[in-house]
Design a binder for this molecule. Sequence first.
Ligand code: ADP
Ligand code: MG
Length: 373
Amino acid sequence: MEKISVCLRIRPLNQKEINDNEIIAWDANDSKIQLNKICLKELIAQKKVVNSLIYEFNHCYGQQADNYYLFSTSVKQVIMQSLDGINGTVIMYGQTGSGKTFTMLGKRNQEMLQNNNSNIQQLIKDSFANNQYNDVGILIYSMMELFKQINIDEKRQFEIKCSYYEIYNEFIYDLLREENELSEPLIFGTDYRKEFVIKNIKEFNVTSIEDVIACISKGEKNRHYAETILNHQSSRSHTIFKVLISAYSNESEEEENFTFSTEACINFIDLAGSEKITSSPISDDITRNSNRKDRNKESSAINKSLFFLTRVIALKTQKVPPQHIPYRNSTLTKLLKSSLTGNFKTLILLSINPGLSQYDQTQSTLRFGTSAK
Ligand code: ADP
Ligand code: MG
């Protein structure tokens, strides 16, 4: 089984794009994504360099695919393996506005998070009943599956802990801190295996989907607060929801005699937008009302961490990965080190904007995906 899989999702055009007569540039089918002929002609007329017309990944999800379909055909495997002690990572990569957070948290995430989690089971039930499989995202579907699996496991008991944090300008901020407080960045330490760990990060025990929603909800409120006070857009930080799964098995016949058996963690990562700020039309939105110097600092931190992430993953995918992998070069790769060593499963979900006007950004996402295969 491959350790690193790369899938792609193309979102539909939104109303504004339709009103602006945006053209759909790509057709996704099974494992391929292809630039359509009309767009190719248009790009040639614009004197653009078109390197490749077809890209192939483990799976390419077209506009019809919903979050549940994506979960059951790709993410679920990561969850199932984690129960056997295999570390998992699910990475959302793509330009701002391409659908990363939609896939991770779902269409109704804001509503759901403000709901104070009292009705979440109902919301999920309703969305299933109404075939609304985009209401929640792959994170919730994953946690539902995890709880389902551990409930039917008669031989083992499990403990599940979550932490939620963001990396902004290479600093780590706890999203589960006390609500509406600004936090000092957290710092690295090492554990008994000499692995990088984040010192004093808050971890919450979760036993139900309601607990998980409470964590996400707290994190999103903190993020919103910091966004307002410090004027930093969430699309400029990497967000990581980490789930630590410890399994205890009962070797003896006696009840209550559970001993530690395996441990695995799953990192769900919603990366900062991959667009190059200086050349992107989105940059006008991002730079409006804000300080250019801050924005430049943000961009160089993002460029740096995406560059090293690409490098580390490209080295890991070589037939014989080199002895030395440069994890230390960025905060993100330091944090992912233990999830990319030994037995692991990483799923990269590329998300792309379908429009022809976004061709350059899309091509850069496709190139990243190709280097990670
Ligand atoms: P990102 O997190 O990559 O910046 P978002 O997830 O916020 O992008 O998506 C941008 C917009 O597009 C949102 O309004 C979102 O609701 C919409 N969107 C994204 N993916 C889809 C999809 N598959 N179907 C319908 N709308 C989508
Ligand atoms: Mg987002």
